[in-house]
Design a protein around this ligand. Structure first.
Ligand code: SAM
Ligand code: SF4
Length: 328
């Protein structure tokens, strides 16, 4: 069993398989996008798989593929297949904007993917296009439908809540869970390289953040009851509208619960291990993987560097990467 200095079991690995994306959400990427990766900059499938094998030997049991947009990586199905077949790995899941999910769901299921988290911040097609700088909302719904048809369930929906952008839709988004067995999770906006202007009609930095406490209070009229969390609901606190098929979760990166229950390591697409999403410390593993050297010492070093908690409340923000380069 892999545990850190604070006795938290580390069983979960999030892998960003590409920093690139077919969308440019305002809180995640600059409007001009990110520079294209250089030749050889990103880990190959073989390198990622050899890292996962080493991680599984140390006690990692669940893997999530993220990005950037994981479904634009060529050979993503092969990567899923190899990770799913790795001894010790019990579950492979994926976080996606769902633009390509309808097309890829059958192959992903066949490859051994367990389930998907879909990001969706609004039910309004025009607002969706503005937040994502070009996305088509009907593709998200087609993607969710395909995920359900092909057994990539339970579907979780991640919603980043931003004041003046989608906080007027909290009730409508929560109500999706009444008739659908979906798990909608409201997430606080994190200050990760996104303080700049987002464009016309979007609030300024400092006016965007809403706490989960406020979100919860604004949903009081739904009579939310504490509920058992679906598997893999991570740091979410989980509730149910009475009689609903799905659940409503709240994820508070700025609150305590988030760090106390942290069970994860992150691997970036260019081969850096991040002990903490919200701090810039990294441990490089690319050269080890390229030279076929044992990466276990680096992995243990990354675990040993996990802090008790982030320092956002002390105004120490991560600045080295955009969220799309970390994977959320
Ligand atoms: N492209 C995929 C997607 O959007 O689901 C996977 C990568 S994305 C970086 C992973 C998650 O991080 C998404 O649910 C996204 O909404 C969330 N995210 C991105 N930037 C964020 C921020 N600044 N604060 C909170 N969540 C953020
Ligand atoms: Fe792309 Fe996901 Fe970031 Fe949106 S949140 S820009 S879909 S990586």
């Amino acid at each position: 069993m892999l545990t850190d200095r604070f006795r938290r079991p580390i069983t979960y690995l999030r892998i960003s398989v590409t920093p690139r994306c077919n969308l440019r959400c305002v809180y995640c990427m600059p409007p001009e996008g990110l520079p294209a990766p250089r030749d050889g900059e990103l880990l190959t499938n073989d390198e990622i798989v050899s890292f996962v094998r080493a991680a599984a030997r140390q006690g990692i049991r669940r893997v999530r593929l993220t990005g950037g947009e994981p479904l634009i990586r060529r050979g993503i199905e092969d990567l899923v297949r190899e990770i799913a077949a790795t001894p010790g790995i019990e579950e492979v899941s994926l976080t996606t904007n769902a633009m390509l999910l309808a097309k890829k769901a059958p192959a992903l299921t066949a490859a051994g993917l367990t389930r998907v988290n879909v990001s969706l911040d609004t039910l309004d097609a025009e607002k969706f296009r503005r937040i994502t700088r070009g996305g088509q909302i009907e593709r998200v719904f087609a993607g969710i439908a395909a995920a359900e048809t092909h057994g990539l369930t339970p579907v979780k929906i991640n919603t980043v809540v931003v004041r003046g952008v989608n906080d007027d839709e909290l009730t409508a988004l929560a109500r999706l869970t009444v008739e659908h067995p979906w798990h909608v999770r409201f997430i606080e906006l994190m200050p990760v390289s996104n303080a700049q202007e987002w464009g016309p009609g979007f609030p300024a930095d400092g006016e965007r953040y809403i706490s989960v406490q406020e979100m919860h209070a604004r949903l009081a009229h739904l009579g939310l009851e504490p509920a058992e969390a679906p598997r893999g609901n991570g740091p979410a606190r989980t509730f149910r509208i009475p009689g609903a098929l799905g659940t409503v979760g709240f994820i508070s990166p700025l609150g305590e619960h988030f760090c106390q229950t942290c069970n994860r390591l992150r691997l970036t697409a260019d081969g850096a291990l991040r002990p903490c999403l919200l701090m810039d410390a990294e441990v490089q593993v690319k050269e080890q993987l390229r030279a076929a050297r044992d990466v276990s010492p680096r992995l243990l070093e990354a675990v040993s560097l996990k802090p008790a908690g982030h320092e956002l409340l002390q105004q120490r923000y991560p600045e080295a990467r955009h969220m799309a380069q970390i994977g959320g």
